[in-house]
Design a binder for this molecule. Structure first.
Ligand code: MF3
Ligand code: CO
Length: 253
């Protein structure tokens, strides 16, 4: 069942979204050579809890951290640890926070120092694919119009979209109906209505779309070992322009 949020519920989602977006910025600013992924996770934990919120991912289905940090060929759900970031890495950070009973969820991929031109293009195309999808996140369109626009943009830039993981509704639960695929034909699925809150999150591979899951039960990598990027915001469907609840506050890097 898709829940439509009331005005008061949207107020809480705005609070959650602001904290979540700020936690992403804390993580983004720490992506530098010599920093460990665990240090970033600890800073995310400290920031979210300092705001009176709870990290949404910590203990979710047994997940052991507050952030997912996925480096290079890791697509999503990388578990923070002793790994030291190196110049040239690309680092995906995914964070969630819950306050007053509502969640925010957002992610971004950031360059560690100087990265290759092709890695930077992957980061930019992935981010832009979200905004291509966002053009259809309005009353009058259907759910699959979002994913169709994302897929069209990604593939026209020579990259591929991961199929096994998708975006989702979000609210009192981190994951609610509907599923929001980043691919598909336009004109299908539920009609978009004001009050819907969705996490739209393209996962984009430089090479083929195929992925594999590591034996840690979480980390997802590209099968071909090429780089992947991720970009996500929590959005609110209105009767006009969609509202970014996890406002990325300016530019990517
Ligand atoms: N943004 C991701 C998602 O929507 C993060 C979930 S990580 C988990 O699924 F640990 F919470 F599962
Ligand atoms: Co999500």
């Amino acid at each position: 069942m898709i829940t439509l949020k009331s005005g008061h519920e949207i107020e809480a989602m705005r609070r959650a979204g602001k904290i979540t977006a700020a936690a992403r910025a804390v993580a983004r600013d720490m992506v530098k050579p010599g920093v460990t992924t665990q240090q970033i996770d600890q800073a995310v934990y400290r920031f979210i809890t300092s705001q009176g919120a709870v990290p949404s991912f910590l203990h979710y289905s047994g997940y052991p951290a507050s952030a997912c940090i996925s480096v290079n060929d890791e697509v999503i759900h990388g578990i923070p640890g002793p790994r030291v970031l190196q110049e040239g890495d690309i680092v995906s950070v995914d964070v969630g926070a819950c306050i007053d009973g509502f969640h925010g969820d957002c992610a971004g991929t950031y360059p560690c120092g100087q990265v290759s031109d092709e890695a930077m293009r992957l980061i930019r195309v992935t981010q832009q694919s979200f905004f291509e999808g966002l053009r259809y996140a309005r009353e009058g369109y259907r759910l699959s119009d979002i994913g169709a626009a994302i897929q069209r943009y990604v593939e026209s830039n020579g990259f591929s979209v991961v199929r096994e993981f998708v975006g989702h509704g979000i609210g009192r639960h981190l994951h609610e109906a509907p599923e929001v695929p980043n691919y598909g034909k336009p004109g299908h699925g539920t009609r978009l209505l004001r009050g819907m809150t969705l996490a739209v999150e393209p996962m984009v591979n430089m090479g083929t779309a195929a992925i594999r899951q590591l034996s840690d039960g979480w980390t997802v990598k590209t099968l071909d070992g090429q780089y992947a990027a991720h970009y996500e915001n929590t959005i609110f469907i209105t009767d006009g322009d969609p509202e970014l609840l996890t406002d990325p506050e300016g530019s990517l890097v």
